[in-house]
Design a protein around this ligand. Structure first.
Ligand code: FES
Length: 99
């Protein structure tokens, strides 16, 4: 990885796995991602109760309760379009979007 790459971390620890994070990981791996984005299977991201957890670094965008159906919106709207998918943001981390 070069330093200018973004990474999308998909938690693969037990709680998120129980909620389908392996399928989320596979959906991101199969997606048509921008060249500067790398998909990474991650250890626990510390947000287990809101999993499956997805985190984009270095910008620090946190998504929660992600399913494979959410992946195309994150790829197209956020990773390609530069606009976060507000409905899936972690509400405690992104307080201005809290519901
Ligand atoms: S198990 Fe996924 S955030 Fe902890």
């Amino acid at each position: 990885m070069t330093n200018d790459k973004r990474q999308i971390l998909i938690c693969q620890n037990c709680t998120c796995r129980d909620r389908g994070s392996q399928e989320v990981l596979e959906s991101f791996q199969q997606a048509d991602l921008p060249d500067d984005v790398e998909v990474v299977a991650s250890d626990c991201l510390g947000q287990c109760n809101m999993g499956p957890t997805v985190r984009v670094v270095p910008e620090e965008t946190w998504y929660c309760r992600i399913t494979p159906d959410d992946v195309s919106a994150i790829v197209e709207q956020h990773l390609k379009g530069g606009e976060m998918v507000e409905a899936k943001l972690h509400p405690r981390i992104h307080l201005r979007f809290s519901f």
